[in-house]
Design a protein around this ligand. Structure first.
Ligand SMILES: C[S@@+](CC[C@H](N)C(=O)[O-])C[C@H]1O[C@@H](n2cnc3c(N)ncnc32)[C@H](O)[C@@H]1O
Length: 193
């Protein structure tokens, strides 16, 4: 059976994340991706997580504590657009995930927005390791979602092919705005012959 966008996003991350890696959860929400990443990076790795909602940070902190994984995660109650200010030039990020949209069962007016999403993406591209991946799952059925979808798609379509692979994955015969998964992969450096 074909994988859902969510299952595919986790598989694309599992394929590359190794113990010791630095990874980013750009939209922590209820913490499902944060926990998933914390398991993959092992004791020596680190997850940096962002959410603008205190409720999301608190819920996720509790989940991580229950699983004894909190030491692997730095949670920030702020927008992912702050990422660049937290990384040094030497910091290399192996993977990142963004689930765009609003937090289910929460305030639907608190949504990700294209300008801040793109600020975070641009910062990540310059810190991504070769073979590193950024996964973006675009939910766009809500008010404001279409303009963010268009802005993100327009941006990722124009990422230089010489340095990055960019993939789009979506069920195109489903009703109700099926999510679009975007995977950006930094190409491995070519060795001189
Ligand atoms: C679709 S939900 C994320 C779901 C989450 N990945 C999970 O596993 O439950 C989107 C989240 O993005 C958050 N958000 C909105 N704007 C943000 C920003 N600028 N930076 C970080 N998070 C943001 C919302 O508060 C919401 O929790």
């Amino acid at each position: 059976m074909l994988k859902t966008a969510l299952n595919n996003s986790h598989e694309l991350l599992t394929e590359i994340i190794e113990p010791g890696d630095l990874v980013v959860d750009g939209t922590v929400g209820n913490g499902f991706d944060t926990l998933f990443l914390a398991k993959l990076v092992g004791k020596s790795g680190k997850v940096i997580g962002f959410d603008v909602q205190e409720q999301a940070i608190n819920t996720t902190t509790e989940k991580l504590l229950a699983e004894k994984l909190l030491s692997r995660v730095d949670l920030h109650h702020k927008g992912h657009e702050a990422l660049e200010t937290m990384l040094t030039a030497q910091d290399k990020v192996k993977a990142a995930i963004f689930n765009l949209g609003y937090l289910p069962k929460s305030d639907k007016s608190i949504i990700t927005k294209s300008d801040t999403t793109l600020t975070a993406l641009k910062a990540l591209l310059s810190h991504l390791t070769p073979k590193g991946r950024i996964i973006i799952v675009i939910y766009y059925g809500h008010e404001g979602g279409l303009s963010e979808k268009d802005a993100v798609l327009n941006y990722v379509k124009n990422i230089p092919q010489a340095d990055f692979n960019v993939l789009s994955y979506q069920f195109i015969n489903q009703k109700n705005n099926p999510p679009i998964l975007i995977a950006i992969e930094k190409k491995a450096k070519k060795h001189a012959p």
